[in-house]
Ligand binder design. Structure first.
Ligand code: FAD
Ligand code: DHB
Length: 390
């Protein structure tokens, strides 16, 4: 088998890269470890920055997104019952975010790839990357009919945090930065109209809570929980009782308990691997970095990487210039670190940490009050929330 760009992973990063390259006439094959159904069933991110929306349009999958996605021009922060609406449009000079689930983004991209007839090998096991320090790299894997080798010009590792791509880079080359937070998020999906029209991020003495949604009839809610939390211990009734306790009364009073259709615990982590290139191997998305979900940056960062990487690869094939590829890691990392800072800051301001003392609590409150009273501080949060340009 041969292709120009071998892509490992058919999450949002791999699929979007495949789509942008395919539309530029570049041949790709995606190798995905899981089944198509498994990839499509993972409930994850829900908020798209304007730059991500633009990129999805470029990839030819903007139609359903614009029809069904919910444009949000504001977002709310709450602190012990006090509320602040950030008018994103006003504070950023016209920008907004779009609520459209990662499951839908993935489905649209997968269907577009299938329509174009570009190959994805699902259930590709034991993927190994070879010879990325030479101009003739390859990827081997076990398919249903046995062991296969895929020869290529470049390998794009879009295989998430637990993938093989980052582990292929020698330890002497890779530097990793990490912070693991001492809590997780318990998320619940329910077929009920959202409690509020816009997202609400709440800091409360009992812990963080987030009200989000997927559509006018489907809501996504989260509460901060200890890391060792087991989902089975959380009935829907217990979840909603806890959620209501952490919200301002005006919101809690109108929030009924409704049956969950999914419930899961996600750990919170900040992580960056540098550099994002080793020879002809490129890392993109969660393969290279993780942010805690506060601020909704994970999927959007993956899109940013793909923007730089697809441009670099298109330049390579069209103009015979490697300038974009040579700058890929530096450009992507500059944007990654800004989103890492914002996600870390939002997480630090909104969660209750086990070791917090009274001073730390007052500092959180001071951060909130600062955003409430200083327009430039609110504008700073809004600019980051709608997404820094790429
Ligand atoms: P992924 O979506 O992880 O895709 C990687 C793909 O590679 C997967 O399909 C995987 O099966 C495949 N793969 C892995 N290893 C191999 C291998 N060896 N061989 C072949 N294929 C392989 N972000 C937010 O903004 N908001 C959220 O609420 C949010 N919630 C999240 C909840 C969870 C539980 C997780 C894990 C992440 C969440 N994120 C959230 C982050 C966001 O979903 C990710 O940033 C986004 O999925 C990154 O896309 P990706 O394509 O880089 O990686
Ligand atoms: C969602 C997740 C987030 O991490 C966030 O900041 C906002 C929304 C969500 O799943 O809807």
């Amino acid at each position: 088998m041969r292709t120009q760009v071998a892509i490992i992973g058919s999450g949002p990063a791999g699929l979007l890269l495949g789509q942008l390259l395919g539309r530029a006439g570049i041949d790709t094959i995606i190798l995905e470890r899981a089944t198509r159904e498994h990839v499509l069933s993972r409930i994850r991110a829900g908020v798209l920055e304007r730059g991500t929306v633009r990129l999805l349009e470029e990839a030819g999958v903007g139609e359903r997104l614009h029809r069904e996605g919910l444009v949000h021009t504001g977002v709310e922060l709450a602190f012990d019952g006090d509320r602040l609406r950030l008018d994103l449009e006003d504070l950023t000079g016209g920008a907004s975010v779009t609520v459209y689930g990662q499951t839908e983004v993935t489905r649209d991209l997968m269907e577009a790839r299938e329509r174009a007839g570009w190959l994805t090998v699902f259930e590709a096991q034991d993927v190994e990357i070879h010879d990325v320090e030479t101009p003739r790299p390859s990827v081997s894997f076990t398919a249903q009919d046995g062991r296969r080798t895929l020869a290529c010009d470049f390998v794009a590792a879009c295989d998430g945090f637990h993938g093989i791509g980052r582990r292929t880079v020698p330890e002497r080359v890779l530097r990793c930065f990490e912070r693991v937070y001492p809590f997780g998020w318990l998320g619940l999906l329910t077929d009920a109209p959202p409690a509020t029209h816009e997202l609400v991020y709440a800091n409360h003495a009992r812990g963080f809570a987030l009200l989000s949604m997927r559509s006018p009839t489907r809501s996504r809610y989260y509460v901060q929980v200890p890391l060792e939390t087991r989902v089975e211990e959380w009935s829907d009734e217990r979840f909603f009782t806890e959620l209501r306790r952490r919200l301002p009364d005006a919101i809690a009073d109108g929030l009924p308990t409704t049956p969950s259709i999914e419930k899961s615990v996600a750990p919170l982590r900040s992580f960056v691997a540098e550099p994002m290139r080793f020879g002809s191997l490129f890392l993109a998305g969660d393969a290279a970095h993780i942010v805690p979900p506060t601020g909704a940056k994970g999927l959007n960062l993956a899109a940013g990487d793909v923007h730089y990487l697809s441009n670099g690869l298109i330049e390579h094939y069209r103009e015979r210039s490697d300038a974009g590829l040579d700058r890929y890691s530096e450009r992507a990392l500059a944007r990654v670190w800004k989103a890492e800072r914002f996600s870390w800051w939002m997480t630090s301001m909104l969660h209750r940490f086990p070791e917090m003392d009274a001073f730390a609590e007052r500092m959180q409150r001071a951060e909130f009050d600062h955003v409430v009273s200083v327009r430039s501080a609110a504008a700073n949060v809004a600019d980051n929330y709608v997404g820094l340009p790429f």
